[in-house]
Each structure stands twice: as C-alpha cells, then as structure tokens.
Write a protein that binds this ligand. Structure first.
Ligand SMILES: Nc1ncnc2c1ncn2[C@@H]1O[C@H](COP(=O)(O)OP(=O)(O)OP(=O)(O)O)[C@@H](O)[C@H]1O
Length: 291
C-alpha cells in the first residue's frame, strides 16, 4: 500500500465518518492521518547492513545541506543521530524516504534495493516507516480503531469501513497494544490520550505495518520524564525485531537507549561511537555539546 493509496483510503474514511486527522501533515503535504504506510518485503541483509549511505550530496540553491554523508546501519540496530540545528538530520531522513533526491551518492536498503531508483511512494512500501515529531492520530477514534485502521491499510483490505480483523490479526493487535503500553486504554478516544500516549499510538500504527526500518524524529520531545522513560523501554523492546534510526536532542534519553551514536554536522558524519566516546570528542563538544 502506497502513501497515495493510504491517503485516498483515509480520505474516504474521513468523508464517510466525518473525521479529521489531528496533528501535522509534514509527510510531503499528504493528508493521511498517520505516518507513512509500509509494507513488509524481503530485504537482503546478508551483508550485515539494512541501510547504507555512501558519499551522498544535496545542495539547495547552492547550499550544501548534505555534503559527503556516509553511514550504515546493521539489522536490528538502534542508532541515535545527534547534531546541531541545520546539521542535515531531517534532510538525511528525507533522502532515505525518497522525499528529497540527492545530487550524488549511493543509498541502499539492504544490499539489493537501491532507494535512489525508487519514488517516495514506492519506498514507503518497502518496509521503511517514518514517524514525524508531532503525533498524528485520528482523535475521534478509539486507540483500538486507530490500530485497526493501520492494519486495514497494511493488509490491503480497505473495501469499506466494515473491516474486521481475523484471529491472527487480532493477536497482532493485542501484541502491539501491549508493546506500546496502551493495554488499559484500548477503548479510549485517541484525543483523550496524553501527548506521550499519542506518540506511542502512532508508533503502534507504524508497527501494525511491520516495518523493517523505523525512522523516528525527536520522539520524546514534549514528553514527561515518565513517558520518556517508557519510550526508552519501548525502543529497547523494538530493537532487534526492527532497525531504528532515532534523531533526538535529549541526551539522557540517548544514554538509556543507545549503543552507537552518529554525530552529524554540516551535512556529514563528524563522529561516531558510543555516547561516552562522542561526548569526549573535542570536535563534537565544540559544534554541539559545548553550546
Ligand atoms: N528545501 C530546502 N530548501 C533550502 N534549504 C533547505 C531545505 N531543506 C533543508 N534546508 C537547509 O539545509 C540545512 C539542513 O537542514 P535540516 O533540516 O536537514 O537540519 P537538521 O539537522 O534536521 O536541523 P534541526 O535539528 O534544526 O531539525 C539547513 O540549513 C536548512 O535550512
């Protein structure tokens, strides 16, 4: 299911039910009420990389936003990306998801899927899920209905509003509900949830689509300390089953979840290593941590 199909489905549903998605519509101006749809597919990770970028360049009106960026992520890895404002973190995610086309470089999903040969809508079907900063859920629907909707989208079964999950799908729904810490809230309207709970719900909606790689942009911004802690637990649960790329500024959160941290600056990797290693790096202190 492509984002375009998802959008048309979401629009049909909204029209039928008089619903309006809440939150932003940063995903390329599409109006679908939740983050991009992904469909599971075969991704060849036999070479130990689920994502591979090499010498990627993008300039906007002559300004080099991405300037020789190379990095790779292992299957099941939870990679944190940090860096000062304007370092190119969002642009990097835009390139991976096909929203921005680089001027030069290599971008592979697994060892066989050349993402630069695919359009944004196609990339979304390959198993790459992206979560934007603000939660975007159908506030008028219950937690369960939001997840059901994401499942319906994934399973290409959107004939009407009368989709009913089968036994296996109900098991999957139950599993995701537990994973995202919303077991006690399934019948609540999404609009009644706290900010953190909405974020988890949207992550759950992505999980219903079984992504191989999740790109998460500042997931704990605006969360309480307790929500942040629970989000850390959630990500640690997801690690291994999924690969995660997390852009975040909250260093305490990063310390809880990270193994390897990549520091971006001026559109390229400035440093990479454990959080302790990058925090001790003079160049990182100068451009980011020492601010
Ligand atoms: N479409 C665009 N047109 C022109 N300049 C752009 C465009 N997109 C990004 N830029 C510029 O490219 C640079 C990198 O931006 P980007 O948003 O990727 O940085 P970032 O690391 O995500 O920053 P932040 O932490 O503030 O979100 C910035 O200087 C930004 O102004």
């Amino acid at each position: 299911m492509t984002p375009d199909l998802m959008q048309s489905g979401a629009e049909r549903l909204q029209k039928a039910a008089g619903l309006r998605p809440a939150g932003n519509t940063e995903s390329g101006g599409r109006k679908a009420g939740f983050s991009r749809v992904v469909t599971p597919g075969e991704v060849d990770v036999t070479h130990g990389r689920i994502l591979y970028l090499e010498d990627v360049h993008v300039a906007f009106d002559g300004f080099k936003a991405i300037n020789g960026l190379s990095l790779d992520i292992a299957p099941g890895e939870l990679r944190c990306i940090i860096g000062p404002n304007g370092a190119g973190k969002t642009t990097m995610m835009d390139i991976i998801t096909g929203k921005t086309r680089p001027d030069k470089g290599t971008v592979f999903f697994g060892s066989t899927i050349d993402l630069l040969r695919h359009r944004e809508a196609e990339i979304a079907t390959l198993g790459i899920g992206r979560k934007f900063q603000k939660p975007t859920v159908f506030e008028q629907l219950s937690v369960y209905e939001n997840l059901e909707l994401a499942l319906a989208t994934n399973k290409r079964v959107w004939p009407s509003m009368h989709f009913r999950p089968n036994g296996e799908q109900r098991d999957r729904l139950a599993e995701v509900i537990t994973t995202i810490h919303l077991a006690g809230h399934v019948t609540r309207r999404a609009g009644e949830l706290s900010h953190g709970q909405k974020q988890w719900l949207e992550i759950g909606m992505l999980l219903m689509q079984e992504p191989k790689l999740l790109l998460l942009d500042e997931p704990v911004a605006g969360m309480t300390d307790e929500e942040t802690e629970r989000t850390a637990q959630l990500f640690l649960t997801l690690k291994g089953k999924h690969s995660l790329m997390v852009v975040e500024h909250d260093m305490a959160f990063i310390r809880t979840i990270s193994e390897k941290v990549t520091v971006l600056c001026d559109g390229a990797v400035l440093a990479e290593g454990t959080l302790d290693e990058v925090q001790a790096d003079e160049r990182v202190i100068e451009v980011y941590l020492g601010r």
